[in-house]
Design a protein around this ligand. Structure first.
Ligand SMILES: [Zn+2]
Length: 124
């Protein structure tokens, strides 16, 4: 497996992008500050991390709205309430995977561009 693919796969699996041995979270969605095995801190750059979460939320919201524009937006208030609640649920349910990808993408981008990157990739 290529190093790039390994980093992104670990992020998607919500594991440490460097060693792949420990989960990123304590519980459902609470990001730990660093890896318990290799010591990698999970949020390298809070702005890059937040930007990915912002844009992934915007993408999901846009796709969700487009789907309703295609099938027709309901006129009743209760159907609209259900749509808004399911959209919020979708954001919340996908959050751990999106945060995992945000951590991995931030380190992957730094690893590609910076030879002195904090990320010292370890094989499984
Ligand atoms: Zn680790």
């Amino acid at each position: 497996m290529s190093p790039s693919r390994m980093i992104l796969k670990r992020g998607w699996q919500r594991l440490c992008p460097q060693c792949g041995k420990t989960p990123l979270y304590k519980g459902w969605n609470k990001l730990q500050p660093h890896c318990q095995v290799c010591g990698l801190r999970y949020i390298r750059d809070p702005i890059d991390f937040g930007a990915f979460l912002y844009f992934s939320t915007a993408l999901i919201t846009g796709l969700y709205v487009m789907a309703f524009l295609i099938v027709g937006f309901p006129s009743s208030w209760w159907a609209r309430t259900v749509i808004i609640l399911t959209a919020l649920l979708l954001m919340w349910v996908t959050l751990p995977w999106r945060k995992g990808l945000a951590v991995a993408l931030d380190y992957w981008n730094d690893w590609r561009a910076n030879p002195e990157s904090e990320l010292k990739l370890q094989d499984d």
